[in-house]
Design a binder for this molecule. Structure first.
Ligand code: AMP
Ligand code: ZN
Length: 301
């Protein structure tokens, strides 16, 4: 197998075959093209990249770090310690901390346990099980809440995440089937703020495949954390099997889905207007936000 660009021996093939250096060049060029096309970065931006320690968010942080000198923006990393031993451990924090130190990026960490005001010995998983809400949904709700609150309070104007074409394709099908069109409408490379307290989102890896991110961190010698992906998330569901089946027949399937999503405009029935939570002041469409409701249910202050 030969590299399509330089004809040397290829190391990877996702859609096209590439050698190591041509792959890195091609991958970075594709991300830069997306950033320019959707004007994801402006001079003077303060961007907070959410890093779990996995291949996707570290690839995102690596690319953004390399672009600081060209686009002239400030970059920092936030890791949220979810406090579930099967999803994260002390090595995750260390891996991200040294990644940031080597690249001169400010590193912040916040912990679910501190926010919830519970003891170090409390098992977060057991705590979450006490509500009827699925664990993943509670975890996602808290992550989104803390990420936005932290970014705003620390003065960032954009949040970057490592969401890639695989996440978005799966998310698209799941939400289309359950008719959550308002969620799909928000899944773009750039989601502008919809409330003065909500920070805009950018997704620079919108057109990158999970396997490409893996190859990128490998070729760039970036250490990733062992447990960086939620252990519940790792359980494959029928969507993963279905999408894999299509992928085998059409390797460009996910890329075509996300590129299509970039263009379509979904008109949703007017969302309920956002206001501020009566308890914490964070934006919500209800009187009391879902995080405060959750805390009340568990009698947490
Ligand atoms: P996931 O929902 O786990 O696929 O993660 C999607 C994106 O959310 C990742 O690419 C990260 O940018 C961000 N993210 C997920 N988990 C964390 C975490 N524990 N700390 C900071 N960012 C996270
Ligand atoms: Zn609240």
């Amino acid at each position: 197998m030969r590299c399509v660009a330089c004809k040397k021996e290829a190391k990877v093939k996702f859609i096209y075959a590439f050698c190591e250096s041509c792959f890195i060049r091609h991958y970075e060029k594709r991300v830069r093209k997306l950033i320019n096309k959707f004007k994801l970065i402006q001079r003077g931006d303060k961007i907070l990249v959410a890093v779990s320690g996995g291949k996707d968010s570290l690839s995102c942080a690596e690319i953004l770090a390399s672009l600081r000198s060209i686009y002239k923006f400030k970059l920092a990393v936030l890791h949220i310690d979810v406090g579930v031993s099967t999803c994260t451990d002390f090595r995750t924090e260390e891996v991200i901390r040294s990644f940031c130190k080597e690249r001169d990026i400010d590193f912040y960490i916040i912990r679910f346990k501190d926010f919830l005001g519970v003891d170090e010995s409390v098992d977060i998983k057991e705590l979450f099980k006490k509500t009827r809400r699925p664990i993943c949904s509670t975890c996602g709700m808290l992550k989104r809440y803390l990420l936005n609150k932290f970014a705003r309070e620390a003065g960032f104007n954009k949040i970057a995440t490592g969401h890639c074409a695989d996440d978005i394709t799966k998310f698209f099908f799941k939400n289309w089937f359950s008719q959550n069109f308002d969620w799909i409408a928000k899944f773009k490379p750039f989601t502008p703020s919809s409330h003065p307290k909500i920070i805009s989102r950018i997704r620079p890896l919108f057109e990158c495949l999970e396997m490409e991110n893996l190859a990128y961190v490998k070729f760039k010698n970036i250490t990733i954390a062992g447990y960086s992906q939620c252990s519940y998330f790792l359980k494959k569901d029928k969507w993963d099997r279905l999408l894999k089946f299509i992928d085998e027949k059409r390797p460009d399937f996910k890329l075509n889905i996300v590129r299509g999503l970039e263009y379509i405009k979904i008109e949703v029935d007017k969302d309920r207007p956002l206001r501020e939570c009566e308890i914490c002041g964070e934006p919500t469409d209800r009187q009391v936000c879902s995080v405060c409701t959750f805390k009340e249910r568990l009698s947490l202050k």
